[in-house]
Design a protein around this ligand. Structure first.
Ligand code: 5AD
Ligand code: SF4
Length: 445
């Protein structure tokens, strides 16, 4: 039997793409290997959002190429964003590599692997007609679980000046609502309770006769068995009043939004081609909080974008103070090949970028801890996802789940409760997780 193993780097889109690759391979008779050493096909699904992500791919590829010397029958493949970016260059650079396939080729993986098995060194990248891109989403199957991602659209038309995504994932393409609904229904039947609708910019979802993202949320939330709905990622410029209203109106929509601000400086936001101002961003935050008091807000921040002065950085810190994000992902700017920002003057020197990053992250940690500590004593609805892999006490089984604001909560309880949404009283708070106790026996579906 053919056995495969997939290494996945990068974002939620990539995680879901790896599941799709696995589903297409399974259809063609391949099975997942128990571990990498037993696989005769190894696929690296790659990310190139920052140079560091790309470097990780190259070091793994180097290691696997060496392993291959003692396992000559093993097929080695690279998929995802680095594949799309580099194409045949990868075959030239890594003589042990058999196959390179880009972000649009997921549905063809089984046929490409057959070609590679027949001895050809294959590279297939570039765009496809919409119907073929959509076809790649046909198998809904994935390993069983409680919470899962459902891709509703792929690609991005925004062209933020620092970002490789539009060049590597193509233009925006939305999956039809009925397909998305069918996928969710079939996953409910296999036991999933929480669905995160994903795309590079989900707010710009639009299908055919004007079916918009809030409409899709209402459709998905109404499917019987959907305990909780999330979405990611939103672009502030497209956060519409209708979407903000959805938080007040849809009871099973999680009270959390990931809303990447990227910077608090209008000068930097303009150079990033973000098409909103700091004031626009703050206004949207206020509206969200009015419609949905207590909503958790998280963000992405890029530090050290070309031309970022100390005063611009201070404005980003100031935005953090004004919004008090529940959490953030922050990165030092990394120039990416082919992007507009790669040619901009005034790059911030690496050491200075790291200094600013540390200041930002330290302050974010303090704020996250303060916000989490303020939750102690409150009762939150937690969707129980599984057993806590690292329990502090051995007395009782320790369960783990997430509250509506996407915070991780650990608490003692019976594994029978997995998949249930349960009220938990928060008793302790740390930066990355909360602890609590089940409030009573009132357990809903
Ligand atoms: N350098 C640093 N961070 C980047 N991101 C995207 N491109 C870059 C880059 N060139 C960050 C943004 C985005 C997140 C997914 O990655 O903050 O929201
Ligand atoms: Fe990249 Fe901007 Fe598109 Fe996000 S919205 S994927 S940051 S270009």
């Amino acid at each position: 039997m053919r056995k495969f193993h997939i290494h996945t780097f990068g974002c939620q889109m990539n995680e879901r793409d790896s599941e799709r690759i696995a589903a297409w391979l399974s259809r063609a008779g391949h099975v997942p290997a128990a571990d990498e050493a037993r696989a005769d096909l190894i696929i690296i699904n790659t990310c190139s959002i920052r140079k560091k992500a790309e470097d990780k791919v190259y070091s793994l590829l180097g290691r696997l190429e060496k392993d291959k010397r003692s396992r000559p029958d093993m097929i080695l493949a690279v998929a995802g964003c680095v594949a799309e970016q580099e194409g045949e260059n990868l075959l030239r650079r890594f003589p042990g590599l058999n196959l390179v396939f880009g972000t649009h080729q997921v549905g063809r993986v089984a046929a490409l692997v057959e070609k590679a098995r027949a001895g050809e060194r294959v590279s297939l990248v570039g765009s496809l007609p919409d119907a073929d891109r959509l076809e790649g989403y046909r198998p809904f199957h994935r390993a069983p679980g409680v919470s899962t991602f459902v891709t509703i659209m792929e690609g991005c038309d925004n062209w933020c000046s620092y970002c490789v995504v539009p060049a590597l994932r193509g233009r925006e393409l939305c999956r039809p609502p009925e397909e998305i609904a069918n996928e969710i229904k079939s996953l409910v039947e296999t036991g999933y309770r929480e669905f995160t609708l994903i795309g590079q910019n989900v707010n710009s979802y639009r299908c055919g006769n004007g079916f918009s993202f809030p409409g899709l949320l209402r459709l998905a939330a109404g499917i019987s068995g959907v305990g909780r709905l999330r979405f990611a990622t939103s672009h502030p410029k497209d956060l519409s009043p209708d979407l903000i209203r959805a938080f007040a109106e849809i009871p099973n929509l999680a009270r959390h939004i990931h809303l990447p601000a990227q910077s608090g400086s209008n000068r930097v936001l303009a150079a990033m081609n973000r098409r909103y101002t700091r004031e626009d961003y703050l206004e949207k935050v206020e509206r969200l909080r009015t419609a949905c008091p207590g909503i958790a807000i998280t963000t992405d921040i890029i530090i050290g974008f070309p031309g970022e002065e100390e005063s611009d950085f201070r404005q980003t810190l100031d935005l953090l103070e004004e919004v008090r994000f529940d959490g953030s992902f922050s990165f030092v700017y990394s120039p990416r090949p082919g992007t507009r920002a790669a040619d901009l003057a005034g790059p911030v020197e690496g050491g200075e970028g790291r200094r600013r990053l540390k200041i930002f992250q330290d302050r974010q940690d303090e704020i996250t801890l303060e916000l989490n500590q303020a939750l102690v004593g409150r009762v939150h609805e937690v969707l129980i996802e599984g057993i806590n892999p690292r329990p502090q006490t051995r007395q009782a089984a320790s369960l783990t789940g997430r509250d509506s604001g996407n915070k991780i909560v650990h608490f003692p309880g019976s594994p029978d409760l997995i998949r249930k949404i349960t009220p938990v009283r928060i008793t302790e708070a740390a930066i990355h997780s909360l602890r609590g106790t089940i409030e009573n026996n009132l357990v809903s579906s």
